[in-house]
Design a protein around this ligand. Structure first.
Ligand code: MBD
Ligand code: FE
Length: 277
């Protein structure tokens, strides 16, 4: 029976002696597994704790929850912080701040020119008319840019992730900017998202004494030929969770201004009364 030390065990796990395999994967897996070896040692992790964690990870995987978990552990925000720093170091700053993508994007939303109506399911809610302009960092309008937006409904649920309760691509659209770089859309003000009750993510957050709530937000990818794509989110003002987001994704500069209108004629004059289905 072979006897070997922990260090030798790690070398065998990583197949360090061979030139085969992917060196980058070896470096990353080596760091993480080495740290796990140390954690098991230093914290004296018991077999029951270890197997409970394996069961938890299996549940998380079965529920496609890893994107929810990384957001809650701050990893997505860490990547944003690092990209901000890298851009600042290269003198690339300026423009709208980035915010994390999150795990609930679906590619291929309906595409329209200049404007769109996002809500297609019959739902009671506060109507939101959004107007914006895509420019380069120097303020020059970008015609033909694509604004890809997605958000939750008034119950905080996303289409494609709610067991089929909403129709496909509800509250998801791609809008091409006009000659002035402008776009506009009509939708319903979303509610904040909450990590599902009883999920592996919810269990973990509960064990940390945390909640899994996000403030109401609207996701954006903004892309244009010859420019890097901006991934960001806009926040609805006044939300309780603006400064207590489980995903650490909010930024002061991304809270939009809202003007309230109650005159139905004024609302009708803005158009976009027909759903684009
Ligand atoms: C979301 O809606 C979201 O935007 C993020 C970042 C994480 C979980 C759910
Ligand atoms: Fe979201």
């Amino acid at each position: 029976m072979a006897e070997f030390s922990q260090a030798e065990l790690l070398h065998k796990v990583l197949n360090t002696a061979q030139r085969e395999g992917d060196e980058r994967v070896r470096a990353i897996v080596g760091r993480i597994v080495g740290d796990l070896f140390r954690a098991i040692d230093d914290l004296d992790i018991r077999p029951e704790e270890f197997w409970a964690a394996v069961g938890w990870a299996n549940k998380a995987g079965a529920g496609n929850e890893f994107g929810l978990i990384t957001a809650g552990l701050g990893l997505d925000r860490l990547l944003d912080i690092r990209q901000d720093e890298a851009e600042r170091a290269r003198g690339m700053g300026g423009g709208t701040e980035r915010a994390i993508e999150g795990p609930l994007y679906v590619a291929g939303a309906p595409l329209s020119q200049g404007e769109a109506r996002l809500d297609g399911d019959p739902e009671q809610g506060r109507v939101l008319f959004m107007e914006g302009r895509v420019t380069d960092v120097g303020g020059r309008p970008l015609a033909g840019a694509v604004v890809d937006v997605w958000h939750a409904n008034t119950r905080g649920e996303y289409s494609h992730f709610d067991g089929g309760r909403q129709r496909p691509y509800n509250l998801r659209r791609r809008i091409v900017t006009d000659a002035d770089g402008a776009y506009r859309y009509r939708t319903l003000i979303p509610s904040g998202y909450g990590v599902p009750e009883g999920s592996a993510t919810g269990d973990l957050l509960g064990r940390l004494g945390r909640h899994g709530r996000r403030p109401a937000h609207i996701h954006y990818f903004v892309s244009a030929e010859g420019f890097r794509t901006l991934t960001t989110q806009l926040n609805i003002p006044g939300d309780t969770y603006l400064d207590d987001d489980y995903a650490f994704a909010t930024r002061d500069g991304l809270v939009i201004g809202l003007e309230q209108h109650s005159d139905p004629a004024q609302i009708a004059a803005r158009g976009l009364s027909e759903p684009f289905f």
